[in-house]
Design a protein around this ligand. Structure first.
Ligand code: C6P
Length: 412
C-alpha cells in the first residue's frame, strides 16, 4: 500500500486542508514530522476560531445580551462535542483546562490532596512525560505517599508483570500514559485499568499523544480520569480537557478559585457551583474550546479506520527506511506503536542532527522529549524523534532519510 494505492485516504485533499504544510523552509518544501510536539491545524479549525472572534466574541455565562448568549451556547455546544468525541456518559464530566499538564495537576491537587495520605502508593511508569511525573512527586512530598515506577522491557514496552507486582492494597492511584510521546509505544491501558480497579485503585490516563491517533471511548475503557490537549489533536493551544467520572468529580474539592466556580460568596463563607463549573475558575478560553470542538468534528469527518491504517503504513515505511541507514538505532521497536520513530545515529548528537535536518526543511524534535527519567533508564541523553500523522507522505520520509545520510556524512 502507498498513498496512491490507498484509496481510503485522499492525501492531496487532506494536505490541501492544512495551509501551513505548503510552505518552503530553508529553501526546501517543508516536511513537518513533529506532530508529537503539536499538530498542524486544518482550515476548519482556523475558520472556527476566526469566525468566533469576528461574529461572536463575548464573555460566557455572564451577560444579558445577544453576543454573550451566543458565545455561551457555542462554548457549551463545544463541551457536548467533546463529550461525544470521547463517549463520556455525562456532559458535566468534561472539564476545560489549559491542556494535559493542567488536567493532571488538577487531579493531583484536588482528588490527590483529598484522598492520598502517608503510607499510600501512587504508580506511574518509566515512559511518562514530566507532566505525569512531577505533579505526583509534589503530591507525594506534600502527603508522605510513595511513588512507584513500572519498569520497561528492552523494546520500550511496559513490563506488565512488574506492574502486577507493584499493585497492592496501599496503591491508591495509577497514572499512566496511553501512548508514549518519546517512543510511540502504546500501553495496554484497557488491561491496566482492569488491574488497577481490581487492586482498588483509581486510574488516570494521560491521553495527550492518543487523541490524534486513536478513537477514545472512556465509557468502554472505564478509566476514572482521562487528560488530553487540544493542540496535539489539530485544535488550538491553551485548551485541553480533563474527563473525570461524575461521582469522583462531585466528591473532589475545588482547585483554583474565583469567577465561574462559585455559587455564593460572602466574606465568611463561599459555596461552590455545580459540575463542571466548580473546576472552571475565571474567564475560560472560549475560542479555544470552540476550536477544539472543530478539531474533534474534523477528525470525526475522516474515516478513522483508514487514517489509522495509513499511519501504521507510514510507521512501517519509516521503520524500514530508517533501519537501512548504517549506524542508526531505533529506540523503542518491535512492539505496538503509534506513528513515531525515535532514533540515534552513532557518533552524532541528536541536537546537531536536528539542526542539519532543519536546514533541509525537515522539522523533527530532538533531545529528552520531557522524559528525562526514561532517557536515564535507556542510558541515553536523547533521541531524534520523527512523529507522523495522516497528512504526512512517504516522500517526506524519503526526504528525511536523504537528509540524515547527508547530515551524517558531514557530522561523523
Ligand atoms: N508532549 C512532546 O513534544 P501539554 O504541554 O500540557 O499540552 O502536554 C504535555 C504532555 C503530557 N503528556 C504527554 C504524553 C505529552 O506528550 C505531552 C506533551 C510534547 O512530546 C511537548 S513536551
Amino acid at each position: 500500500m502507498n498513498e496512491s494505492t490507498n484509496n481510503c485516504i485522499d492525501i492531496n485533499a487532506i494536505r490541501a486542508e492544512f495551509p501551513i504544510l505548503s510552505q518552503a523552509v530553508n529553501g526546501h518544501s517543508l516536511s513537518y514530522l513533529d506532530n508529537g510536539a503539536t499538530a498542524q491545524k486544518p482550515r476548519k479549525v482556523i475558520d472556527a476560531i476566526n469566525d468566533y472572534y469576528e461574529t461572536t466574541n463575548s464573555n460566557v455565562h455572564r451577560g444579558a445580551h445577544y453576543l454573550s448568549d451566543k458565545a455561551t451556547q457555542q462554548f457549551e455546544d463545544a463541551r457536548n462535542t467533546v463529550q461525544s468525541f470521547i463517549n463520556a456518559e455525562h456532559r458535566e464530566e468534561i472539564l476545560w483546562t489549559r491542556g494535559t499538564t493542567e488536567s493532571i495537576n488538577l487531579v493531583a491537587q484536588t482528588w490527590g490532596r483529598a484522598n492520598i495520605t502517608k503510607g499510600d502508593e501512587i504508580i506511574i511508569s518509566t515512559l511518562e512525560h514530566h507532566s505525569n511525573i512531577v505533579p505526583w512527586q509534589l503530591l507525594c512530598e506534600q502527603s508522605g505517599a510513595t511513588l512507584k515506577i513500572i519498569n520497561i522491557l528492552d523494546n520500550g514496552q511496559l513490563d506488565i508483570d512488574h506492574f502486577k507486582e507493584l499493585l497492592n492494597e496501599s496503591t491508591k492511584l495509577v497514572a499512566v500514559g496511553h501512548i508514549s510521546n518519546a517512543l510511540g509505544v502504546i500501553n495496554p491501558i484497557e488491561k491496566m485499568t482492569e488491574m488497577a480497579h481490581e487492586a482498588g485503585a483509581v486510574i488516570l490516563i494521560d491521553g495527550a499523544q492518543a487523541t490524534p491517533h486513536v478513537e477514545i471511548d472512556v465509557k468502554a475503557l472505564n478509566c476514572d480520569f482521562y487528560a488530553f490537549s487540544g493542540h496535539k489533536m489539530f485544535g488550538p493551544m491553551g485548551i485541553g480537557v480533563l474527563y473525570g467520572k461524575k461521582q469522583l468529580l462531585e466528591a473532589m474539592p475545588p482547585w483554583q478559585a474565583g469567577g465561574e466556580m462559585i455559587e455564593r460568596v460572602t466574606f465568611t463563607k463561599t459555596t461552590f457551583n455545580q459540575l463542571p463549573y466548580k473546576f472552571e475558575a475565571g474567564t475560560p478560553n472560549v475560542a479555544g474550546a470552540i476550536g477544539l470542538a472543530a478539531a474533534a468534528d474534523y477528525l470525526n469527518s475522516l474515516d478513522r479506520k483508514a487514517v489509522s491504517q495509513y499511519e501504521d503504513f507510514l510507521l512501517d515505511y519509516a521503520t524500514a527506511a530508517l533501519s537501512d541507514i548504517e549506524g542508526l538505532t531505533i529506540v523503542g521497536n518491535n512492539c505496538e506503536k503509534a506513528s513515531v520513530v525515535s532514533f540515534n545515529i552513532d557518533g552524532c548528537h541528536s541536537q546537531d542532527l536536528g539542526m542539519m535536518l532543519d536546514q533541509q526543511g525537515i522539522a523533527v524534535r530532538t533531545g529528552h522529549h520531557c522524559t528525562m527519567p526514561l532517557m536515564d533508564a535507556l542510558g541515553i541523553s536523547g533521541t531524534v524523534r520523527a512523529s507522523f500523522c495522516f497528512y504526512n507522505t512517504t516522500e517526506e520520509i524519503d526526504n528525511l532519510c536523504k537528509a540524515i545520510v547527508k547530515a551524517k556524512s558531514l557530522l561523523v
